[in-house]
Design a protein around this ligand. Structure first.
Ligand SMILES: C[S@@+](CC[C@H](N)C(=O)[O-])C[C@H]1O[C@@H](n2cnc3c(N)ncnc32)[C@H](O)[C@@H]1O
Length: 212
């Protein structure tokens, strides 16, 4: 069962293979040009450097993350000064000198709305089947009616149990709506021997976007 405890434990024991050192190349390649100051939501953000990149582009970035360890490591690793205040059950960490804040707590308790854009990398596919619809609905409710979305998803064969979970193309469309479009994909099993060794012939990373 993928519970909040599961994720807190992953951070406690340092099992964070999903974390990438650099900025995700798909973000740099496919992020749309939006007006500076636009509000960008990064659900289930971990300690992703992608948030720094987005903030440096001039967007007002909000990451939401359950684990206090992830938040502390993100702020520490990047040498960021910050201020913290409590808002209900959530802790808000606002970074000094960058338009960036990290909301620490359960994403499903985060209720801000009117975001202009959303970046989902390893968030939807971190959610088990039973919570995935709720995750996408909650995310869409946070966005303005004209918001852009950039989603990095994953689809693989074989009987691996997630996370990351495999989500097929039809499910992506039925979750996010007809306006979502697949703009790129790459079968990582062809280039990364590890996926082949784990028995996958398909391990497809795909990039999707909603662009109003
Ligand atoms: C697979 S990681 C991806 C992190 C990040 N997006 C990245 O690209 O590195 C999923 C993250 O979601 C966090 N998470 C899981 N459930 C959550 C929840 N209900 N609310 C907030 N964060 C959650 C986990 O702690 C973990 O850091």
């Amino acid at each position: 069962m993928i519970t909040n405890e599961f994720w807190l434990d992953r951070w406690k024991t340092g099992r964070i293979g999903f974390h990438q050192e650099g900025v995700n190349p798909k973000l740099i390649a496919f992020w749309p040009t939006l007006p500076k100051g636009n509000k960008v939501l990064v659900p289930l953000c971990g300690k992703s450097n992608d948030m720094i990149w987005l903030a440096e582009q001039g967007y007002q970035v909000t990451g939401v993350e359950l684990s206090s360890l992830a938040v502390i490591q993100f702020l520490g690793d990047n040498d960021l000064a910050y201020e913290t205040y409590q808002q209900g059950e959530l802790k808000i960490h606002t970074v000094t000198g960058l338009p960036l804040r990290i909301v620490e707590g359960d994403y499903f308790l985060f209720n801000d709305t009117e975001f202009d854009a959303c970046y989902d990398r390893a968030a939807m596919i971190a959610m088990p089947d039973s919570k995935r619809t709720e995750y996408v609905t909650h995310t869409l409710q946070r966005l303005s009616s004209t918001a852009s979305v950039l989603l990095v998803s994953l689809h693989y064969d074989g009987d691996k149990q997630g996370p990351p979970f495999s989500v097929d193309d039809d499910s992506v469309v039925s979750l996010w709506g007809e306006q979502i479009q697949k703009i790129a994909s790459e079968n990582l099993a062809l280039t990364n021997p590890q996926h082949k060794e784990e028995g996958h012939t398909i391990f497809e990373e795909s990039v999707w976007r909603i662009q109003p």
